[in-house]
Design a protein around this ligand. Structure first.
Ligand code: ASP
Ligand code: MG
Length: 440
């Protein structure tokens, strides 16, 4: 059975929901993962922020306008009185849940419960819409099988174990519909797979049911070889290996949630990126194979902080790197790029939640300097570095750009440079002109 995930824009209006229905209703059994309607999760985050700040009145205004939006959706989406009534009931129950957090203490569980309502609403409305149009659809509650562990990592063995009986209990429906993004954590509370996490849900489910293919439907034509928002003359990519796609997604290509590739890769399930606005085009297939193109694409990841720690001890001291890494490990803060010299180490992080605490602890080992507003530019391909003078081509292209760090040779699939965010656009353009689009 294929798993198809549709993003927020794909289900962002009654017309788009109709288009998704027409797309999937071909009689072939499938499991469909839906995001919240576009704009909803942002609105729910905003509501939660007001509640955290104890600004109940403003939260209530925003809750009211989101509810009004959904009332209109119900009116436009459904034709029959019966379905309209069911729609009203769905909205009523979710908004009662949201409003229940406007009094009393507001904590993370409250926030996660509010954030979950977007996907809970979109999937219930869509399932009812399928029924109204005579399609045999069943809703699979993601909270019955999507589990994360104490470290907030997806628990694939448990998901695999739990999803099977849920599918069996649903009977032999043709279309199974479920929520992306939401899950249950080790405490048994509602949680989520982080923003954009519906892609990851699809891939986890794909792996859990040994799916033949995972399709991620968005509103753009697959991966591009550069970021079309900043650079002209970008090209679509037809084929990526799991590694190349993971590097591009991790280092800023917004089309795919960075963790999506992993479960698919473990089970060797192809991931196909498709465009809801252009369904016949089957853009970007991600499989085990690379098509062997040397330099395939570039992506950029902003909001990077870099710390440079100069060892307080003398040359040849050992244990310094271990001590520095230990602090990041303690605060569960992933490191993206690293460069070292004998006496210093520079590394980058994008999660700055514990930066203050981390700095306090690494200052014990040496002198620390922090630079913010940096961007990692990551060039990805099947780079057989020793053979082709690849590095000189990249570095010639970057002539005149202030590079703060370089990472090369860590893997055969990537070379990354760290530049100030103010220089991101020129860096991307230079790589486009002198590497991706040059014939030499
Ligand atoms: N609705 C969630 C978000 O906006 C998850 C997703 O759409 O992938 O982040
Ligand atoms: Mg997305």
């Amino acid at each position: 059975m294929k798993v198809l995930k549709f993003g927020g824009t794909s289900v962002g209006s009654p017309e788009n929901m109709r288009a998704v229905m027409e797309l999937i209703a071909d009689g072939e059994q499938k499991l469909v993962v839906l995001s919240a309607m576009s704009g909803t999760t942002n609105a729910l985050v905003e509501i939660s922020n007001y509640l955290h700040k104890k600004n109940k009145d403003t939260a209530c205004v925003h809750i009211g306008s989101l509810e009004a939006k959904y009332k209109k959706v119900i009116n436009d989406l459904f034709t029959s009185d019966e379905s309209k009534k069911k729609g009203v009931q769905i909205i009523k129950s979710s908004f009662e849940t949201i409003r229940s957090f406007t009094s009393g203490i507001f904590n993370e569980v409250g926030e996660n419960t509010i954030l979950a309502q977007g996907e809970l609403i979109s999937t219930q409305l869509f399932t009812e819409f399928m029924h109204e149009n005579g399609h045999d659809a069943k809703l699979l509650p993601a909270l019955d099988f999507m589990l994360i562990d104490e470290d907030k990592s997806a628990d694939l063995p448990q998901i695999r174990k739990k999803i099977q009986p849920v599918i069996e209990a649903a009977g032999d429906a043709t279309y199974f519909i479920t929520q992306g993004f939401i899950c249950v954590n080790a405490n048994g509370d509602i949680d989520n797979l982080q923003r954009g996490g519906s892609d990851y849900t699809a891939s986890l489910i794909g792996a859990a049911i040994d799916s033949e293919e995972i399709q991620i439907w968005t509103d753009i034509d697959g991966f591009h070889n550069n970021d079309p928002r900043f650079v002209e003359n970008t090209r679509k990519i037809d084929q990526l290996s799991f590694t190349e796609a993971a590097e591009l997604a991790y280092f800023g290509a917004k089309i795919l949630h960075p963790q999506t590739v992993l479960p698919a890769r473990v089970q060797n399930i192809p991931v196909r990126l498709k465009n809801t606005m252009n369904p016949s085009d089957s853009r970007t297939l991600i499989t085990e194979e690379s098509d062997g193109t040397e330099i395939k694409a570039v992506a950029a990841k902003d909001c990077i902080d870099t710390t440079k720690t100069r060892s307080g001890r003398m040359l040849m001291a050992y244990g310094f790197l271990k001590n520095v890494f230990g602090v990041f490990e303690k605060y569960k803060t992933p490191i993206d790029m690293i460069t070292t010299s004998e006496v210093a180490i520079s590394l980058t992080i994008d999660n700055t939640k514990y930066l203050k605490e981390i700095l306090e602890e690494i200052e014990v080992f040496g002198n620390v300097q922090v630079d913010s507003e940096m961007t990692i530019v990551c060039i990805v391909g099947d780079i057989i570095s020793e053979e082709k003078g690849f590095a000189s081509k990249v570095f010639n292209a970057l002539d005149g750009i202030p590079i703060r760090m370089i990472s090369y040779g860590g893997s055969r699939f990537n070379i990354s440079v760290l530049v100030p965010t103010t220089h991101k656009k020129v860096t991307l353009q230079a790589i486009s002109d002198k590497v991706l689009n040059s014939n030499s």
